[in-house]
Design a protein around this ligand. Structure first.
Ligand SMILES: *Cc1c(COP(=O)(O)O)cnc(C)c1O
Length: 398
C-alpha cells in the first residue's frame, strides 16, 4: 500500500517539471511517451556531449557491463587506469580521482586543498570563491557556491569560504590572508547565466596564486570536455591550474566525474578519500569512449565552428528583436533578453518541440550536443525567432 495517488507523486517534488515522460533519445532529439519529438538544446544540462544515446557510449557500456561491473574500489580495474592515463596525457595534470557527480568531485577538490593547507601551509584552510559561482549541492559545495538562493538554506553552512567578484583581481587580493589556501572558480559561470571570466583575469589569478603559494582550482564541470572548443577551458587563457574538476560531459550521459591534480597538489594519504563506486569500470569505459571522440582535433574544430555559427545566429536574432548581448564560448552560450521573459519562452518552445534552458529569468542558455549540425541550429533558431516575433507582437498590443 502506498499513499502516492499518481506515479509522479512517488518522487520527491524537488523541482517544477513538465508532465511529459521522456522515453527515447537519439543525437539531438528526444521523444516523450506520446511520441512527440523535441529538438534538444539542453542535453541533460550540457551532459550529453555526443548527443542522446551515442552508439560509441552505448557499445562501451554494454561491452564493459558483460565483462566486469565492479571489482571493488580497493582493486585496480582496466578502464579506470586507461581513462586516468588518457586524461593525464591530454591535460596539465598528473593524478586523477574519479567520482560519481560534479559535486562529489568538487567536494574532493575542497578536501584536497584543505589537506594541502595542513601539509604545506601551516593549517591554512580558507578557499576564495566567487559571487554567482555554482559548485554543486552537497553542503560544502553549496557553501562554496555564490548563489543568492542558497544563502538562507541548510544553516549552518560549512565555513571557510570567502567570496570575491569575478573579473576583479583586487577583490581577490583583498581576501588573501595567512589562512588562505586556494582560489576556486568556474572559468565560465554556467548556472549564473554564462558569465565568462576573461582570459586576462585567469592569467592574473594564476600570477596572484603563484605569488602567495595558493592553489588555483578550476571547476570545469560545465566548460570541460570540449564544450568551449578546447578540450579544457584553461587552454584558452594559457594558464595551468593546480586542480581541476570534470563532470557532466565526461560520461557522455552517465554519472562520471573526476578530480585532477598536479603531482605537487596531489597530497591525499591513505584513508583521506574514497567511495564505493568511484572509478568503477562501467562508467570509466563510457568516459574512455567520450574522450576518444571529443579529444580529436577535428572534433574540437567542429565544436568551435558550430559555436561561432550559433553565436552569429543568436546575434542576428538579438538584433532583429532588440535584445541584449550573446555571451559565452564554443557551445556554451547565453542570450540576454533584457526582459524577464525567459521562462515563458522556454515553456512556449517546449510546446513547439524545442528544449531550451533559462538559467535566469532574463537569460536563455544554449548547450546543445557538441556534434550538433547546422540544420539543427537553423531549426532551433527558426523556432526561437518565431516565438520572439509573437511575444513582441503581444507586447506591442498590450
Ligand atoms: C553541474 C555543475 C556542478 C555540479 O555537478 P553535479 O553532477 O550536478 O553534482 C558543479 N559545478 C559546475 C560548474 C556545474 O555546472
Amino acid at each position: 500500500m502506498t499513499n502516492a495517488t499518481h506515479p509522479y507523486d512517488a518522487l520527491m517534488d524537488i523541482t517544477a517539471r513538465p508532465k511529459a515522460v521522456f522515453v527515447r533519445g537519439a543525437g539531438s532529439y528526444l521523444w516523450d511517451d506520446s511520441r512527440k519529438r523535441y529538438l534538444d538544446f539542453v542535453q541533460g544540462w550540457a551532459v550529453n556531449c555526443l548527443g542522446h544515446s551515442p552508439p560509441a557510449v552505448a557499445d562501451a557500456l554494454s561491452a564493459q557491463s558483460r565483462r566486469l561491473l565492479t571489482p571493488s574500489p580497493a582493486f585496480y580495474n582496466e578502464p579506470s587506469l586507461k581513462l586516468a592515463q588518457a586524461l593525464v596525457e591530454t591535460s596539465c595534470f598528473d593524478r586523477v580521482f574519479f567520482a560519481n557527480s560534479g559535486a562529489e568531485a568538487n567536494e574532493g577538490a575542497i578536501k584536497l586543498a584543505r589537506k594541502f593547507g595542513s601539509v604545506h601551509k601551516g593549517g591554512a584552510f580558507e578557499i576564495i570563491t566567487f559571487a554567482g559561482g555554482f559548485h554543486g549541492r552537497t553542503l560544502a559545495t553549496m557553501s562554496a557556491s555564490g548563489k543568492k538562493a542558497f544563502e538562507p538554506l541548510f544553516e549552518p553552512k560549512v565555513s571557510g569560504f570567502k567570496r570575491a567578484t569575478l573579473n576583479d583581481i583586487a577583490s581577490v587580493e583583498a581576501l588573501v590572508t595567512a589562512n588562505t589556501v586556494a582560489v576556486m572558480l568556474e572559468p565560465i559561470q554556467g548556472e549564473a547565466g554564462v558569465w565568462p571570466a576573461t582570459d586576462k583575469f585567469l592569467q592574473e589569478l594564476r600570477a596572484l596564486t603563484k605569488a602567495h603559494g595558493l592553489l588555483l582550482v578550476f571547476d570545469e564541470i560545465q566548460t570541460g570536455m570540449g564544450r568551449t572548443g578546447k578540450l579544457f577551458h584553461y587552454e584558452h587563457a594559457g594558464v595551468a591550474p593546480d586542480i581541476m574538476t570534470l563532470g557532466k560531459g565526461i560520461g557522455g550521459g552517465v554519472p562520471l566525474a573526476a578530480l585532477l591534480a598536479t603531482e605537487h597538489a596531489s597530497c591525499f594519504e591513505h584513508g583521506d578519500q574514497g567511495g564505493t563506486f568511484n572509478g568503477n569500470p562501467v562508467m570509466c569505459a563510457a568516459g574512455l569512449a567520450v574522450l576518444e571522440e571529443v579529444g580529436k582535433p577535428e572534433f574540437l574544430k567542429a565544436v568551435t565552428d558550430a559555436g561561432l555559427l550559433l553565436e552569429s545566429e543568436l546575434q542576428k536574432v538579438s538584433a532583429r528583436h532588440g535584445l541584449g548581448e550573446v555571451r559565452g564560448r564554443g557551445l556554451l552560450l547565453a542570450l540576454d533578453l533584457k526582459l524577464p521573459i525567459a521562462p515563458a519562452i522556454v515553456a512556449q518552445a517546449f510546446q513547439e518541440g524545442v528544449l531550451l534552458n533559462a538559467p535566469q529569468v532574463d537569460t536563455l542558455r544554449f548547450m546543445p550536443a557538441l556534434n550538433v549540425t547546422r540544420e539543427e541550429i537553423a531549426e532551433m533558431i527558426d523556432c526561437l525567432d518565431a516565438i520572439l516575433t509573437k511575444a513582441g507582437a503581444a507586447r506591442r498590443v498590450a
